[in-house]
Design a protein around this ligand. Sequence first.
Ligand code: FAD
Ligand code: SF4
Ligand code: SF4
Ligand code: SF4
Length: 398
Amino acid sequence: MIDIKEKSKCCGCTACKNICPVNAIKMIEDDEGFLYPKVDQKICINCGLCEKVCPITNKLNLKNEMQKAYVVNNKDDQVRMESTSGGAFTAIAEYVISKNGVVFGATFDDEFYVHHTYVENKEELGKFRGSKYVQSDVKECFKETKNFLDSGRLVCFSGTPCQIQGLKKYLQYEYENLITVDVVCRAVPSPLVLKKYIEYQKIKLNVDKFNAIAFRNKEKYGYKYSTMTLKSDNNSYYQGVETDPYLRAFFKNYSDRPACFDCKFRNPNRVSDFTIWDCFTIGEICKELDDNKGTTRVIVHNKKAIEIFNEIKNKFNYEEISMDVATNNVKELKTAPIPNEKRNEFFNDIRILPPDKFFEKYFPDSIKVKVERRIRKIFVHTTLYNKLKKVAKKLINK
Ligand SMILES: Cc1cc2nc3c(=O)[nH]c(=O)nc-3n(C[C@H](O)[C@H](O)[C@H](O)COP(=O)(O)OP(=O)(O)OC[C@H]3O[C@@H](n4cnc5c(N)ncnc54)[C@H](O)[C@@H]3O)c2cc1C
Ligand code: SF4
Ligand code: SF4
Ligand code: SF4
């Protein structure tokens, strides 16, 4: 039976929990706020299925016989604005819905807890749009996916590479009616850090409740400087990666799951049908598509995905590119982040310090942060911004 001795050996995909025939496995939150499987030995019948489906301990079966790569912008501007990059995911999902299919993805609940669920109509797809930079709780979704597949429905399951690999191991069968979409994934932060951050921002911004949270909102500064955004009835907060404490924790590798530092899914070859991710360098790849509203890089990994792409390509302004151009210099496909040297201290403090003390200890509003914020406000809409940012960083770090 599954017994997690090293946290880096569990990505929390839930395949083991979903496969257990006697429901002996529960996903339990650890001190850092991540879910790990725990077996109730009194119920376990030692069938071994949980170990068999684990995507971390079992060999990956990567077979991408005919990959093609594209950069795409969804022609629907509203979809694109609500999506993280170019809105590729929505076009794939709409195709599935148009065939009376079911789409699984990550959404918020009322308390901004991120979890997987499914939708069966186009109007509800909006809840999946936009990357939630926190680990999504898959709950019972693998079982629900199998039920839909067995009933003959077309199913699209979207998620991180480890979730897709976990789903495939759980299903143990290549369903023709399953379409999988994974993202290129840097890492997933802890849901506990997001919870604490929301408490912190309620205090700081003096609001009782947020109506919306977006980790990569484009409305104020465009795609290339998308911001963490919090909206309440009378307040809107927009801060970028250098100044917002939640994004700083993520990109400085404080808040990520241990398995992400040793991720075995970091590879351009996948078990999924589609892989989607950002394209900030679209200006160098295809100038005509560069309008700062967001572009998705898409790899289609097999014949089924190529056929679907051909059916939906009229929804995009797009360009076919080589696999080399698509994947060169994409460090998230090749190297794992290195844990911040203060990561342990950070997670010790999270349960002890009040929200304001906690975030201000690790992410103070220092002179460096203030300078960065000021530079961004003045220059972000000009081409000078990136150049000035580099110069300012050099000066500050001297
Ligand atoms: C945790 C995470 C880390 C990422 N890291 C990188 C990176 O390092 N580099 C990079 O270029 N791109 C990264 N991406 C991908 C990128 O943010 C966009 O998702 C991608 O560009 C597709 O955008 P889109 O406009 O086509 O679709 P969108 O409409 O933005 O699609 C969102 C899709 O992501 C899924 N999703 C959202 N949040 C989660 C979550 N927490 N867990 C699982 N699935 C989720 C939804 O179900 C949906 O399928 C990451 C995404 C996530 C979720
Ligand atoms: S060995 Fe079988 S019964 Fe025991 S926890 Fe694993 S799947 Fe469940
Ligand atoms: S990686 Fe997935 S299958 Fe393996 S132990 Fe963790 S939750 Fe279970
Ligand atoms: S970095 Fe790897 S282990 Fe972590 S969530 Fe992404 S795919 Fe899973």
